[in-house]
Design a protein around this ligand. Structure first.
Ligand code: SAM
Length: 243
């Protein structure tokens, strides 16, 4: 049986790739990529030529089965996503599960993750944090998810697309209150910046100027007072419910 490698690739700066990642990309039989056009740019930069197979959300069942067949025949496959680490808010998780079911060896070749790059320089508590990825689109599911996070004391890390950032900031402000946030924008790229705001300040800022680029959004965890408030609120709801 072959080996499935999960290879982390740059999140912007093409120099952010490990020596081991390059070695693996050179040695495998097939590279499975989320967006082959994007991956070709990286491979051209590294002067690597390999058969590419597209593997993304809408073909993951058929292509997943094909890749497993190849692995069972002994081929070595590297899975890469558009940016960063495969399976982190990216396709990959299902292929990993399928490979495990088929007894195939999997190895992760670590490297950039936008969330980790963002939180380490945020100045928010990063010894303990929770990663939420993208918030769901459905309004109710989204609000329920945010309500569940109200009492979370750890820093909360989200991914967000620029055109949805304002909606997310609004929902966060409405449900969590005026917390401190950090927006890590365009990490590792030319216009990288860390914007440190309160949620209200961020909303005012982006009402004047449309958000552009890629963002990691980090929200400070709940304070002692917020937790106490949340507890009292839940308690009064329970007592009210009993009457
Ligand atoms: N697999 C990737 C990782 O390891 O970080 C994440 C892929 S996810 C589809 C894309 C999201 O990651 C973007 O919408 C943004 O929130 C975040 N992201 C990716 N690259 C970034 C960058 N250079 N700066 C800030 N955020 C980034």
């Amino acid at each position: 049986k072959g080996i499935l490698y999960l290879v982390a690739t740059p999140i912007g700066n093409l120099e952010d790739i490990t020596l081991r990642a390059i070695k693996v990309l050179k040695q495998v039989d097939i590279i499975a990529a989320e967006d082959t056009r994007q991956t070709i740019k990286l491979l051209n930069h590294l002067e690597i030529k390999k058969p590419l197979v597209s593997y993304y959300e809408h073909n993951k069942i058929s292509k997943g089965n094909y890749l497993i067949e190849q692995l069972l025949e002994g081929k070595e496959i590297a899975l890469v996503s558009d940016a960063g680490t495969p399976a982190i808010s990216d396709p990959g998780e299902d292929l990993v599960k399928l490979a495990i079911e088929n007894g195939i060896q999997i190895t992760s070749i670590p490297g950039p993750v936008a969330a980790i790059a963002g939180i380490t320089a945020s100045g928010l508590q990063c010894g303990r944090f929770v990663f939420e990825g993208f918030l769901p689109m459905n309004k109710k599911v989204r609000k329920d998810r945010l309500s569940q996070l109200k009492g979370e004391i750890r820093t909360i890390v989200f991914y967000e697309a620029p055109h949805k950032l304002i909606y997310t900031l609004k929902d966060l402000y409405e449900i969590l209150g005026d917390r401190r946030i950090v927006l890590a924008r365009e990490l590792t790229k030319r216009f990288e910046e860390y914007l440190r705001f309160s949620l209200k300040e961020a909303l005012d800022f982006y009402t004047e100027k449309a958000p552009k680029g890629e963002f990691v959004l980090m929200v400070e965890g709940a304070s002692e007072e917020e937790i106490e408030e949340e507890r009292t609120c839940k308690w009064s709801n329970i007592t009210l419910g009993e009457h």
